[in-house]
Design a protein around this ligand. Structure first.
Ligand code: EPZ
Length: 421
């Protein structure tokens, strides 16, 4: 079993370069299927969700060639299948974007229910509502597979009862080549939604309003190839900012879009960290102890739910009381059990957690319960007294490129070990 072993108590210092955004690239790679020509995608992160997505594309028949570790050329013209590989689909959440992409290009899709992180119910009713609104029909399946067909997708208005990143992405993909105008109301506004829209536009799609809560897509007959570079990962950047603040370090987080980090910067500043913004970097310093504060996670531009476990570690060691109210997911506090085992004082009641800051955490063996909970365990290991070992690191490596190397370059004492047991 692979583990991380982290010796805590070392303030991080130096510079870290942020990779391409996981939640943008897992939407943009399936979108390549909509093109009638090859596409080149640059600044892709080297993470397992990307590897899985590229394997799905290859199994569908697309030609996939790495130009370098962060650049891939994909030719969708050789796609022969509309059925996504079951084993691969179950490895990640975003495999369901192939429904929108295959429907949008071929009019039919057969995709297993996705895998991914568990933090409560993760329905896909809004995705299905959108596909039905565009004229697609669901073919009932027994084995947890979604099969949809449409002779001709027709643009329509879709109101999302809940702001949903995934449903917004999937409807954009299905609408790009539908006949007529599709209007998504109450759309998600995350940076990765805008990145997908910009990629579709680069291919010749007619998409307006991405980044607002109303996105209009007028379907087009054909889409050309494109060269496109993925935006920097907002959550990876926020995670390293949190690491710098938690360890009392001084870190330059490079290759970021500061505007995407505003809610994170605001909260770290409120807790006592010093943040200096530059054009494409932020410097995070922290002398003295962080202060507790109240945080509510919300859809963008609110504080991102995907930063919730990470900021919880800072509240665990901050001075005074702090709270987190989870505004997106039903059950995203399971990781607090691991922090409590390290000495944190946390009370969870439904979607609210109350933290009484302690002056230190104590190292022990912990598990990564999901991707961002795993990142939180890394932060906890970086600040805890002693040596922390983290199991189930596969979750972490779904979304953080070269995390051990990046941390080592910041002075952390971390290693990836194989435990024979
Ligand atoms: C995306 O998940 C992200 N994943 C998640 O990040 C992130 O936590 C989430 O958006 C919110 O920002 C990817 O982009 C691959 P949603 P998604 O649809 O699309 C409800 C990470 O760490 N809902 O925006 O699955 C849902 O239950 C991952 O990178 C419905 O009710 O999230 C939730 O309460 C973890 N019906 C809310 O909407 C639906 O059909 C938001 O979910 C869909 C969603």
């Amino acid at each position: 079993m692979e583990k991380y072993r982290i010796t805590g108590g070392i303030p991080l210092s130096g510079a870290v370069d942020i990779s391409g955004a996981k939640n943008a690239v897992v939407a943009i790679l399936p979108a390549v299927l909509l093109s009638d020509e090859p596409c080149r995608i640059e600044n892709i992160p080297h993470i397992s969700d990307v590897t899985t997505t590229l394997k799905i594309l290859e199994k569908l028949g697309a030609k996939v060639a790495y130009v370098d570790p962060h650049t891939v050329e994909i030719d969708p013209r050789t796609v022969t299948s509309n059925e996504v590989d079951h084993e691969l689909a179950c490895k990640m959440r975003a495999s369901y974007y192939f429904i929108g992409a295959l429907l949008g290009k071929t009019g039919s899709a057969r995709v297993p229910m996705p895998g991914g992180c568990w933090f409560g119910e993760r329905p896909i009713d809004l995705h299905i509502k959108g596909f039905h609104a565009l004229g697609a029909e669901s073919i009932p399946q027994e084995d947890n597979v979604i099969e949809m067909h449409a002779n001709q997708l027709m643009g329509n208005s879709v109101y999302l009862d809940t702001v949903s990143v995934g449903a917004t992405v999937n409807i954009m993909l299905a609408a790009a080549r539908a006949r007529g105008m599709t209007i998504i109301e109450n759309a998600a506004k995350e940076p990765h939604i805008v990145d997908l829209a910009n990629f579709l536009i680069r291919m010749g799609a007619d998409v307006r309003g991405a980044g607002t809560d109303v996105i209009k897509i007028r379907g087009v007959q054909q889409l050309s190839g494109a060269v496109y570079s993925i935006i920097p990962d907002q959550i990876e950047a926020g995670t390293y900012m949190a690491m710098a603040a938690a360890t009392g370090g001084d870190v330059l987080v490079r290759n970021v879009i500061p505007k995407h980090l505003e809610s994170i910067t605001t909260k770290l500043d409120e807790m006592g960290a010093r943040i200096e913004e530059m054009d494409d970097a932020v410097r995070v310093r922290c002398e003295g102890r962080l202060r507790g504060c109240n945080i509510k996670t919300m859809p963008h531009p609110g504080f991102p739910t995907d930063m919730q476990p990470q900021i919880a570690v800072l509240l665990s060691i901050a001075e005074g009381e702090g709270t987190i109210t989870e505004g997106v997911w039903d059950n995203r506090f399971r990781y607090t059990e691991e922090l409590i085992r390290m000495g944190a004082k946390i009370e969870v009641n439904g979607k609210r957690a109350v933290f009484q800051g302690v002056d230190h955490l104590t190292a022990t063996n912990v598990k990564a319960m999901d991707l961002r909970a795993g990142a939180a365990m890394v932060i906890a290991g970086l600040v805890a007294q002693g040596v922390t070992e983290i199991e189930d690191i596969r979750y972490i490596e779904r979304g953080y490129e070269d995390i051990i190397e990046k941390l080592r370059r910041l002075g952390a004492q971390v290693e990836r070990v194989t435990d024979e047991a």
